[in-house]
Design a protein around this ligand. Structure first.
Ligand code: HEC
Ligand code: HEC
Length: 245
């Protein structure tokens, strides 16, 4: 009883005390490897999710925020909430995540300014990502993704398709196929945005066919287009695109 009360008071003050015992950290590590490593890397090196091996995490500045992020996820992003974890599991995992942060920060190699130049010129990236309508915005991509993921996105675009992104081809009975990105879909209708930014809306009953190209990307691979050095510079540029805090 006293413990529960103590817990409530601690929560009210928004100060969370994470366990430090060896057994707790070992349990936290196991939980991390099972539930988080898929996206954040086996040792926090990042992947689909951001690098966790750094002393300050923007979305989890203190332990209370870290526990909240693990419990509820970050809405509107691919960071899921931990539905199957107990309160204790969450704290053990958080404690382990903090141990990952106790390392020297390794800067992403490469020349970000040259990467920005390549982005505008040789890469032709802006045509899709800044002006176009079918590519996701890259603001803050350096906060969301690791350098390893960003490099992979350039070499093998179909390996790095963000959740929710789906390329579709709608074939109306009346003719005139439209290929673009799904904006919205329910049981009866679908909206598709084409490369010029125009949104087409269809009743499904009007369509002869609706092709969904899961895991397909209209983005070209830059393998062979960029030299190894250029690739490193573009990744450095992307990694520098942080969320403003
Ligand atoms: C499906 C992939 C995925 C899984 C599984 C996942 N995460 Fe995440 N996580 C993300 C992404 C993507 C972000 C970045 C969200 C954003 O800010 O856009 C993120 C963000 C975070 C952040 C904030 C990082 C920062 O720099 O502020 C923490 C901390 C975190 N995750 C911890 C965890 C832990 C611990 C687990 C396991 C319980 C976990 N994540 C499971 C994808 C994932
Ligand atoms: C023909 C249009 C097109 C061009 C050109 C293009 N992209 Fe993309 N890019 C896309 C689309 C569409 C996606 C989403 C599907 C996917 O991830 O493959 C994407 C995804 C990405 C992602 C992954 C985003 C995430 O959050 O997962 C990155 C990073 C990226 N592009 C960077 C670049 C860079 C850098 C260049 C230039 C060197 C470039 N793109 C050129 C269309 C394009």
């Amino acid at each position: 009883m006293r413990l529960a009360l103590f817990g409530a008071v601690v929560l009210a003050a928004a100060v969370v005390k994470l366990p430090t015992g060896r057994a707790d950290l070992a349990a936290g590590r196991k939980l991390y490897e099972n539930q988080c490593a898929l996206c954040h890397g086996q040792t926090g090196e990042g992947g689909r999710g951001p690098v966790l091996t750094k002393p300050r995490l923007a979305r989890a500045a203190d332990d209370a925020a870290l526990v909240r992020v693990i419990e509820h996820g970050i809405s509107g992003t691919e960071m899921p909430g931990a539905h199957s974890m107990s309160e204790r599991d969450i704290r053990q995992t958080a404690a382990y995540v903090r141990t990952l942060g106790r390392v020297a920060i390794k800067p992403v190699p490469g020349n970000a300014a040259r990467g920005a130049e390549l982005y505008r010129t040789k890469g032709g990236c802006a045509g899709c990502h800044d002006a176009g309508f079918t590519a996701p915005a890259l603001q803050g991509v350096g906060s969301r993704r690791s350098a390893v993921y960003l490099r992979e996105a350039l070499l093998t675009p179909e390996s790095a398709v963000p959740d929710g992104y789906l390329l579709v081809t709608a074939v109306p009975r009346s003719g005139g196929n439209v290929t673009g990105v799904r904006v919205n879909e329910d049981s009866f209708s679908i909206q598709v945005r084409d490369a010029s930014g125009k949104v087409h809306s269809y009743w499904k009953s009007e369509l002869a066919e609706l092709r969904k190209q899961r895991g397909v990307s209209p983005m070209p691979s830059y393998r062979g287009t960029f030299s190894e050095d250029e690739l490193t510079d573009v990744v450095a540029y992307l990694a520098s695109l942080k969320d403003s805090e």
